[in-house]
Design a protein around this ligand. Structure first.
Ligand code: ADP
Ligand code: MG
Length: 587
């Protein structure tokens, strides 16, 4: 929409008062060009923290019909934007003030880039003149230079007439190819610049085909199928790129038609239901060790997969087929025998087309070995999940939450912590794509509340956030945001009085608590009550079940303080081997 410049803008007054410019038409300004450019590109929601110099931009955005949600800290606005990108394939937009606000948002931008989620961080900034001469201006910082190494692309717009092209570039950079984070620097003076409204409208750019399909080469498809055909113990690994791609039907067809067992990475759980007969989830270790040909679909052979080699993989070299949109991902750790570069939808469809009608299923020794192992593991787990111990242990509490998610497959599950993350990931089955959101590639603590808010806003679905007490501490203040926007979010804090465990003791005998211990028997539920939400203190699996069901049913902002045995956790959950002490011990 074209607007006349606000009367309060000095530059606008000068223009319109000028005698020799009587023919000048209505003006627009930087504020409105930014808004019009975003709206033209179907942006609907801004995850924001107001302040100098973007307070008015947020106000104008809201006035012009964008949904502007203000957070208490930029990092969480950023995590909300990042997960919005993952869920929608459109860039999530986070907006911050200059310098410290920008830096707070930058953590989330780096996280988005690392996880291949499209996101744009828009930050207000100081003018180039004062930044470049370092004259001690308010929040003077070279934000563009700082952002560059931490994101996929970074742009600064200096002239109102370039706002349209700047925003178009940011959107295309975020979603095309391998998605990622983009930084857009808007100096304060840009927002107040004015220009002819009609010229301004003409300067806007609607991005056409922002993430074009990228078809794999026919030779690459043939090479992959040739390898797969001769596999004795084939395995498919689905990563969060596969979940992001929204090629759900094609991926299910590929798994089912090929009859190949598959392993979902954490955020790919539910792409096919975890209860699917070909899921090798509960037989992960056997599947990785025993496989000979592995099809990677939107998953990287990074640390989460032991870089494709070593003990996890049975100390045997595997033949990898890798589907990825980023050519440089190939051979990043081990040789990729059959790279399939292209978008997942197109690559998977090409494989399906090439398989023909009479594709042979994998040898039954392999699929049955996995099936048997799976059953043993599931049966071993079952009684643990039904225990009624008080204080609760992880399995007792998660057994309850598992049933709740089974009964509500559309709900979105957010999950972070150490033990809380590791146990929940393996205990709770997911049934639909893109319903499990967690700490991602970096294992970030504090993503939970931002993700819960972003997911609730983008999907309108109820969210269950299962949070370690430490993880929750990084983002807990956003419960006010949850209450303010009355979002259907139920937070369950697994409260075991500390990090990993609540039992450490200061060896000096001083009154200071041990480094990993929090206030004992804290009542996180009271935090939610402080802002008008529902708080529940749950000490038994039955309490927990009742409270979560009630919250999921009512959709009211709820926080349940779930008391967990302070002895129950293990150091660093399942990645204790990354601690220096363990590394030294191994040498
Ligand atoms: P996980 O942690 O679940 O294993 P990763 O984040 O490691 O998943 O890997 C995701 C991969 O998916 C990245 O290498 C990324 O380039 C790729 N990817 C993301 N979107 C697409 C897409 N639409 N088509 C093809 N590859 C994609
Ligand atoms: Mg990965």
């Amino acid at each position: 929409m074209v607007t006349t410049a606000a009367g309060s803008l000095a530059t606008a007054d000068e223009w319109t008062d000028s005698d020799d410019d009587l023919e000048a038409g209505p003006l627009t300004d930087g504020f409105h060009l930014v808004i019009d450019a975003l709206k033209l590109n179907d942006v609907e929601t801004i995850y924001n923290v107001p302040g100098i110099p973007i307070t008015d931009l947020g106000r104008y955005m809201q006035a012009e019909g964008l949904r502007v949600l203000s957070f208490r800290h930029e990092q969480h606005a950023g995590y909300a934007a990042a997960i919005a990108g993952f869920l929608t394939k459109k860039p999530g937009i986070c907006m911050t003030v200059s310098a410290p606000g920008f830096l707070n948002g930058l953590t989330a931008l780096a996280h988005a880039t690392t996880n291949c989620f499209p996101m744009i961080l828009i930050s207000g900034s100081s003018e180039r003149e004062v930044v470049d001469l370092q004259q001690g201006d308010y929040e003077e910082m070279d934000q563009l230079a700082i952002a560059k190494p931490l994101c996929k692309a970074a742009y600064r717009v200096l002239h109102a007439e370039d706002i349209g092209i700047g925003i178009a570039r940011a959107i295309r950079a975020a979603v095309s190819g391998r998605p990622g984070g983009v930084y857009l620097d808007l100096p304060a003076a840009l927002l107040g610049q004015t220009m002819d409204a009609a010229a301004g409208a003409n300067s806007l750019v609607k991005v056409i085909d922002a993430a074009p399909a990228q078809l794999p080469a026919p030779e690459a498809v043939a090479r992959a199928l040739g390898l797969l055909k001769n596999a004795k113990n084939p395995l498919i690994i689905l990563g969060k790129g596969a979940a992001y791609a929204q090629a759900d039907d094609a991926i299910r067809d590929l798994v089912e038609k090929s009859g190949i067992p598959y392993l979902p990475m954490s955020m790919a759980k539910g792409l096919l239901p975890d209860t699917h007969p070909l899921s090798a989830g509960p037989a992960r270790s056997l599947a990785l060790k025993g496989s000979d040909v592995v099809v990677m679909i939107g998953a990287r052979l990074n640390w989460l997969l032991s870089h494709g080699k070593g003990k996890t993989w049975g100390d045997k070299a595997k033949k990898f087929i890798q589907i990825d949109i980023e050519p440089r991902e190939m051979d990043s750790n081990v040789e990729i025998a059959a790279p399939l570069v292209g978008d997942i939808g197109s690559c998977v469809q090409a494989l399906l087309n090439g398989m023909g009608e009479d594709w042979a299923q994998p040898p039954t020794e392999w699929t049955e070995a996995i099936f048997t192992k799976k059953q043993t593991n599931v049966e071993r787990m079952a009684p643990k999940l039904q225990n009624n111990n008080v204080p609760m242990d992880y399995h007792g509490a998660l057994g309850v939450l598992r049933t709740i998610i089974n009964e509500r497959p559309d709900a979105i599950l957010v999950n972070e912590g150490a033990n809380t993350l590791d146990f929940a990931r393996s205990v709770i089955d997911m049934h639909k794509p893109r319903k499990r959101l967690d700490v991602g590639t970096w294992g970030v603590m504090g993503v939970g509340m931002g993700q819960a808010i972003g997911a609730a806003v983008e999907t309108g679905l109820p969210v269950l956030a299962i949070e370690g007490d430490s993880a929750f501490g990084f983002c807990g203040m956003e419960v006010e945001t949850i209450c303010r926007y009355d979002l259907p979010i139920c937070v369950v804090v697994f409260n075991n009085n500390g990090i990993y465990k609540g039992t450490d003791i200061n060896p000096t005998g001083s009154a200071d608590a041990a480094t990993t211990v929090f206030v004992k028997d804290a009542r996180y539920d009271k935090m939610m009550e402080a802002f008008g939400g529902v708080g529940v203190h749950a000490t038994t699996p039955d309490d927990l079940k009742r409270a979560v069901n009630e919250a999921m049913h009512s959709g009211k902002p709820t926080l349940i303080n779930a008391v967990i045995d302070e002895e129950a956790g293990t150091e660093s959950g399942r990645i204790g081997n990354l601690n220096p002490q363990s590394i030294i011990a191994k040498k």
